[in-house]
Design a protein around this ligand. Sequence first.
Ligand SMILES: Cc1cc2nc3c(=O)[nH]c(=O)nc-3n(C[C@H](O)[C@H](O)[C@H](O)COP(=O)(O)OP(=O)(O)OC[C@H]3O[C@@H](n4cnc5c(N)ncnc54)[C@H](O)[C@@H]3O)c2cc1C
Length: 312
Amino acid sequence: MFPEKFSPPQIDQFILSSVTGKVSALSLDLGGFGISRYAFDHFLYEKAKECGVEFLLNTEAESIHFNGDGFEVKTDEAMLPCDVVVGAYGKRSKLDIHLERDFIGKRSPFVGIKYHVRTDHPANQIALHNFEGGYCGINKVEDDIANICYLAERESLRKCGSIPELERKVLFQNPRLKTLFENSDFLFDKPEVINEISFETKSPVEEHILMTGDAAGMIAPLCGNGMAIAIHSAKIAADIIPAFLNKKISREEMERQYAKEWSRNFAGRLWRGRNIQKLFGNATFSNLAVNIALHSKPVANFLVRNTHGKPF
Ligand SMILES: Cc1cc2nc3c(=O)[nH]c(=O)nc-3n(C[C@H](O)[C@H](O)[C@H](O)COP(=O)(O)OP(=O)(O)OC[C@H]3O[C@@H](n4cnc5c(N)ncnc54)[C@H](O)[C@@H]3O)c2cc1C
């Protein structure tokens, strides 16, 4: 799939540590690869250009209006008429406010913090280290860079007063995280902070817009599946839309088929991710999860399989 100059590390091992640093390892049957959004988005952009896609760069969609027959998408510079609109604008955007989506008024209790580092971490391994109230993932991406990303409680950050204090007082209670942070060269001047991470249920079709990726619903990051779901949901939309454009099915039927396929593929995984996430970030439950992984590989493999999809 990728050109040779661009070979992301293949990942086939999963390491899980509890809040107290107890560790277990699992092999990942389906495997995966580590890649930054920066590299992957650019790769997809080049591929789409080759296929004739026209991009409006640095342009924001400000509103989308369905007029009964088609759409008018208003950008900062133009009004674009469209037959079909696919919402691929991520977890939260001003378009959600405009569409008055249910989740938009609810504040999320989580914050995401992300770094790129150089550190000694095996390229075939993804590690998930728990700490009180959250968890931190690490894996290698391209160019021997490692991505460290953690999800913490907003309240915990507020209490600690700053990100370095949160890391010192909370994350470093897990000795694995202390060792990781103290033995890494941090490549950003400051961490990237991701606010308002909501795992609320959303609708895959809203005001006749087919929602894909995080715009349709976000899976808990511990499942490591958000990018795969974004791509898979886009593929489902791409398989159904041509029948509507070629006048073989009605708009109503296109929307029905998309919502049905989306729910069949993702609703259960998102639900399981949300519930498994509740067990993480807690000393008792994370120790239990590590013990399950240590002593009952079939149960641990079952949990991994049930939050992950099948090849598509
Ligand atoms: C802390 C954290 C850790 C994660 N870890 C992983 C992981 O390890 N593996 C994994 O696979 N996933 C992970 N995810 C999830 C993953 O990042 C997302 O699921 C994935 O990026 C969703 O892709 P998307 O295309 O739907 O949205 P995005 O990647 O958010 O892309 C949306 C794009 O739309 C643009 N946009 C927004 N509004 C507008 C507008 N009005 N007009 C025009 N453009 C607009 C944005 O600028 C952005 O470029 C993690 C997420 C978080 C928060």
